[in-house]
Design a protein around this ligand. Structure first.
Ligand code: PMP
Ligand code: GLU
Length: 400
């Protein structure tokens, strides 16, 4: 049988390594191997009961028809209210477009704004999908490396240097996946000063981890800077804050003309998002918020635990993440070492070695454009985390 050709667009796309690693760990588990999965980043909590109940009610109340393309007005209003009360930013409900997860919301924004050859500036380490989504739009991801010694944050000087006349957008993420770094308001203000010189550049701000934060300073949304008025696209959603990864609800908050463009795109691609999941998300935003704080506290405790455990392993360079639920140690001390006749040359080799030898699944830093690092998600129980670090330490000690 003749195989059909795959488009260049998809051939050029790298598979999501976070999802691939998680898949690999499930496969090993189904073969009876006791793998601890610290690869995929998702809360290990169940969705709070009042949110699940809203979804059941939505089914009973026959919310079963096509929804408006940009989402139910009631949900867009709930998001608009959330943005005003929590973030102090004004986006009318008409400026909100609900997508199938924040990943889809971001894809919508990139596809609606990036022309072939346009550059999108991405400080790295950055989440695996940013670079690929930009490539899908035939844009050029321009990465700017920020290492552990600068706490993985881009400086105003680096930003200024990387901007070119082809820069169409800058894509920022705070708290960051994969590093957990958070830009303070002062640090953001310094970046805004540079961005203010380029009113043609769209600032895409991925704020999905805003609630998973361990610093005292209140969260600063990029859209709260008056200098950037009318040119910030916020990406956010319920996946992380409300433990709702499987419901697939995210949104973008945009200048009105972009919201209209994204709606046109979505109308031809997905028609909109599941009616039931939208009703659940509405309950998340309008309902009690204690569940968010409870989960945040659990993540903070685990952050302290993994920083302590990782710091005890010789050779790992560890920073103390301010948010999200990832640890991003630098592992170059172990690269070039051997296990038997196998050389661990790269961070990918090390991730594979730790999967095979320690039965701990994690993700190689190179997936996030940061070779020489690894990412562990600490959205797991204390017992799992202790056992994972015990195994990692033992496996690393075998390398010579
Ligand atoms: N942005 C970042 C930085 C993420 O880590 C994730 C989760 N993978 C997303 C966006 C997408 O989240 P969602 O599950 O809502 O698509
Ligand atoms: N945020 C998660 C991660 O980075 C989810 C998986 C994905 O969508 O990439 O692992």
């Amino acid at each position: 049988m003749q195989q059909q050709t795959i488009s260049g667009r998809v051939q050029a796309l790298a598979a999501s390594q976070t999802l691939a690693m998680s898949q690999k760990s499930s496969e090993l588990r189904s073969r009876g191997i006791d793998v601890i999965n610290l690869s995929v980043g998702e809360p290990d909590f169940h969705t709070p009961a009042h949110i699940k109940e809203a979804a059941v009610r939505a089914i009973d109340d026959n919310f079963t028809f096509y929804t408006p393309v940009p989402g139910y007005m009631s949900l867009r209003k709930a998001v608009s209210d959330k943005l005003r009360t929590e973030n102090g930013v004004d986006f009318a409900p008409e400026q909100i477009v609900v997508g199938s997860g924040a990943k889809h919301a971001l894809t919508n924004v990139i596809l609606a704004t990036v022309n072939p050859g346009d550059e999108v500036l991405i400080p790295v380490p950055a989440w695996v999908s940013y670079m690929e989504i930009v490539k899908l739009a035939e844009g050029v991801p321009v990465t700017v490396f920020t290492g552990i010694e600068q706490n993985f944050k881009i400086t105003p000087g680096q930003l200024r240097e990387a901007l070119t006349e082809r820069t169409r957008a800058v894509l920022l993420c705070s708290p960051s996946n994969p590093t957990g770094s958070i830009y303070s308001r002062e640090e953001l203000a310094a970046l805004v000063e540079v961005l203010a010189e380029r009113p043609d550049v769209l600032v895409i701000s991925d704020e999905i981890y805003e609630h998973i934060k361990y610093t005292a300073e209140p969260y600063t949304s990029m859209a709260s800077f008056p200098e950037l008025e009318g040119r910030v696209a916020i990406i956010n959603g319920v996946s992380k804050a409300y433990a709702m990864t499987g419901w697939r609800i995210g949104y973008c908050a945009l200048p009105l003309h972009l919201a209209k463009a994204v709606t046109k795109l979505q109308g031809q691609m997905t028609s909109g998002v599941s009616s039931i999941a939208q009703k659940a998300a509405e309950a998340a935003y309008n309902g009690p918020q204690e569940c968010v704080e409870e989960m945040r506290r659990a993540f903070e405790r685990r952050r302290d635990l993994v920083v302590e455990l990782a710091s005890q392993i010789p050779g790992l360079k560890v920073n103390k993440p301010d948010g999200a639920f990832y640890l991003f140690p630098e592992v170059s001390a172990y690269l070039g070492k051997r296990f038997g006749d196998k050389v661990i040359a790269t961070d990918s080799d090390l991730a594979m070695y730790l999967l095979e030898e320690a039965h701990v699944a994690l993700v190689a830093g190179s997936a996030f454009c940061a070779p020489g690092y690894i990412r562990l998600s600490y959205a797991a129980s204390d017992d799992q985390l202790r056992e994972a670090f015990r195994r990692i330490a033992a496996a690393l000690a075998k390398l010579v």
